[in-house]
Design a protein around this ligand. Structure first.
Ligand code: COA
Length: 357
């Protein structure tokens, strides 16, 4: 029997504040509920309060995954995020420490919306190499801290949230087995989804003003077409690797970017709507956290039988993409609310204040 990394625990965390489309309009964004619903399929997203960090969401989701797996610790902790608590150091070591795992190796992985798939591939390879017996993989994001509240292309799509899985070494017949991966990137498209300032290419000190260059930017229309083509192509590749036909796939979970994108990808693959799962409508695009949040939400509804063939696919900044052929896990998801830490930080409002520091 071939060995495989197996998901044995599922966790999820969302901030308490649900922001409806109407709320965005009330906050001054030049948009409407009708536009957002018809062009993205999104009705609401969640937003952290000032003082709650990506790390706080990660701790809550990680606790859920540990509880779901009946575990107290893990051999390795990986945090997939593009919104770490600080630029330096990585957030994962503090996450591990807050979970009582001081001394455990822990690192961040940044592949934007493909972060969960990339991290799952890394975790799987590490488990298969025998380096550790278990991996706690957390994907957490607070895009509300990097999105320009006045940018109607991004402010309507993105939301905050975290999902986590607990992985152990098992075999391919186990429910939750990660059977095959396909990963890819195309750095020639690195400007399509970006935060222009704050890295070594343009340190903050060089960009005051314009303040806007500190925000997340996306060339939505260009990303749209590439996301559809690449998620469909990557899905086909991973199904070929696994020797699975699309007809044999019982559950399809695609990175929750925009409902029209998800529908187009499923259409290209010939996967009917009743086999597509997710919660984009309620949570919006939560970047790396999108896939584990969708897995947890679908598992909470018992919508897919354990062991059923499942296809995950994602696309995001980098550009990056990836897909996983897996079987549906048996784990029951556990959801926790984040506990905020006191801080003096204020969130930006629309229009942004003129402060530049
Ligand atoms: N509310 C109202 N109008 C809006 C709007 C909003 N929130 N956002 C854009 N518009 C307007 C545009 O200004 C444009 O107006 P114009 O025709 O007068 O110029 C019109 O709507 C159409 O704009 P367009 O950019 O073609 O819309 P779209 O259908 O492509 O939707 C996105 C925009 C951003 C929702 C869509 O392109 C998208 O989802 N892109 C990919 C996102 C993604 O997958 N991210 C990658 C992974 S993270």
């Amino acid at each position: 029997m071939s060995a495989a990394a197996v998901i044995t625990g599922l966790g999820a965390a969302l901030p308490p504040d649900r922001i409806t489309n109407e709320q965005l309009v009330r906050e001054g964004l030049d948009t409407s509920d009708a536009w957002i619903r018809s062009r993205t399929g999104i009705r609401s997203r969640y937003r952290v309060r000032p003082g709650t960090t990506t790390g706080d969401l990660a701790v809550a989701a990680a606790r859920g995954a540990l509880e779901s797996a009946g575990a107290y610790d893990a051999g390795l902790v990986i945090l997939a995020t593009t919104t770490p608590d600080r630029r330096c150091p990585a957030t994962a070591p503090e996450l591990a420490a807050r979970l009582g795992m001081t001394g455990t190796p822990a690192f961040d992985l940044a592949a934007v919306c493909s972060g969960f798939v990339y991290a799952a591939a890394v975790a799987s390879a590490i488990l298969m190499a025998g380096a550790y017996d278990s991996v706690l993989l957390v994907a957490a994001e607070t895009y509300s801290t990097i999105v320009d509240p006045c940018d109607r292309e991004t402010a309507v799509i993105f939301g905050d949230g975290a999902g986590a899985v607990y992985l152990t070494r098992g075999n391919r017949r186990d429910p939750g087995a990660l059977v095959h991966f396909d990963l890819g990137s195309d750095g020639t498209g690195s400007d399509l989804i970006t935060i222009p300032a704050g890295g070594s290419g343009r340190p903050y000190a060089d960009v005051l003003p314009p303040r806007q260059d500190r925000y997340f930017r996306m060339r939505g229309r260009e990303v749209y077409g590439r996301a559809v083509r690449q998620m469909a192509a990557s899905s086909r590749t991973v199904l070929d690797l696994a020797g699975w036909s699309t007809d044999s796939v019982a559950a399809f979970v695609a990175h929750q970017a925009n409902q029209r994108i998800l529908d187009s990808v499923a259409d290209r693959l010939g996967i009917a709507a009743d086999r597509c799962h997710g919660n984009l409508r309620d949570v919006g695009n939560t970047a790396a956290a999108s896939l584990p949040l969708a897995l947890a939400d679908t598992a909470a509804r018992d919508a897919v039988p354990p062991g059923a063939r499942t296809l995950l696919t994602a696309f995001g900044g980098g550009l990056t993409w990836g897909s996983v052929a897996m079987t549906w896990p048996r784990a029951k998801p556990v959801r926790h609310a984040p506990e905020p830490r006191p801080t003096h930080k204020e969130t930006d409002s629309c229009p942004p204040s003129t402060t530049t520091s």
